[in-house]
Design a protein around this ligand. Structure first.
Ligand SMILES: N[C@H](CCC[C@H](N)C(=O)O)C(=O)O
Length: 273
């Protein structure tokens, strides 16, 4: 089966097309192709399908085979893919996802997509407490693990994101506490966990332990959730540079959240189903 491998700031994806709507076990394919030793290697699988409510449909599966409603770095790669493969020949593409239809604006230079700006829709804050825990103040609560207390906010940006405020980003702390927070019983659907350092009023650093994928180099929906949480907790500006391990995203929170950043092809080929 034909595939392309792409990344958004190091958050990498395998992309396959299934416009003929054949029956495929996407979850099984995801666990196989995302495996970095026995497969091609990626954080997730993106599937191109026909849509009857938008220009095209994107499905996303984590490397553990679980399906996610949305994927920020993934949708930028997806939009570039469908444009450059001439599946959708428009600079503004409506993409159907399980989190709704989202608009992608492509900046095209010499018929190649340079950057993509996504309208990520509205963050969901209040309803989370009714989903997870009725007496939780989603924007500002404590998470206690062993004898450590974290200040936290939980925001639904298509997928659940818990923002943890830290003074310094420490990968060992992420690897130890990330999986514990991901699976806390207050998150019946698990959660992505974003460790966030506020650098100044226009810059934050984010590293994410992702639900179903582990520590990734970047997380688009997580970066958006982090900006929303920081802004609602007092950050002065709503247009923020989010610094990730190998680059940055521009995130603007107006009423909707807008995320702008790169998407790159890595390789293409065929794998055995
Ligand atoms: N890396 C993705 C997030 C995938 C979400 C997935 N980990 C889940 O919620 O299950 C992003 O750039 O938004």
């Amino acid at each position: 089966m034909y595939f392309a491998k792409m990344h958004g700031l190091g958050n990498d994806f395998i992309i396959i097309e299934n416009l003929e709507e054949n029956f495929l076990d996407y979850s099984k394919i995801a666990t196989k192709v995302c495996n970095r030793h026995f497969g091609i290697g990626a954080d997730g699988l993106l599937v191109v399908e026909k849509s009857d409510k938008a220009d095209i449909k994107m499905l996303i599966f984590n490397s553990d085979g679980s399906q996610a409603e949305m994927c920020g770095n993934g949708i930028r790669c997806f939009a570039k893919y469908v444009y450059e493969k001439k599946i959708v020949s428009k600079n503004i593409i409506d993409v159907e996802t399980l989190a709704g239809v989202l608009k992608a604006e492509l900046r095209v230079i010499n018929s190649k997509v340079d950057t993509v700006r996504i309208n990520m829709g509205k963050p969901v804050i209040d309803k989370i407490s009714s989903i997870y825990n009725s007496n939780l103040n989603n924007l500002n609560y404590d998470i206690k693990i062993d004898n450590k207390v974290f200040k936290a906010s939980t925001i639904l940006m298509g997928v659940p994101h818990t923002v943890i405020y830290v003074n310094e980003i420490d990968e060992n702390e992420i690897l130890f506490y990330g999986p514990k927070i991901e699976k806390l019983d207050i998150f019946p659907n698990r959660t992505n966990v974003n460790f966030v350092k506020i650098v100044d009023e226009k810059r934050i650093q984010v590293r994410t332990w992702e639900r179903g994928a582990g520590l990734t180099l970047a997380c688009g929906t997580g970066s958006c959730a982090a900006v929303v949480a920081c802004y609602l907790n007092g950050l002065t500006y709503n247009l923020v540079n989010v610094e990730l391990a190998f680059g940055k995203l521009k995130v603007e929170y107006i009423d909707d959240v807008y995320m702008e950043g790169p998407a790159e092809f890595i390789c293409e080929g065929n794998f055995v189903l």
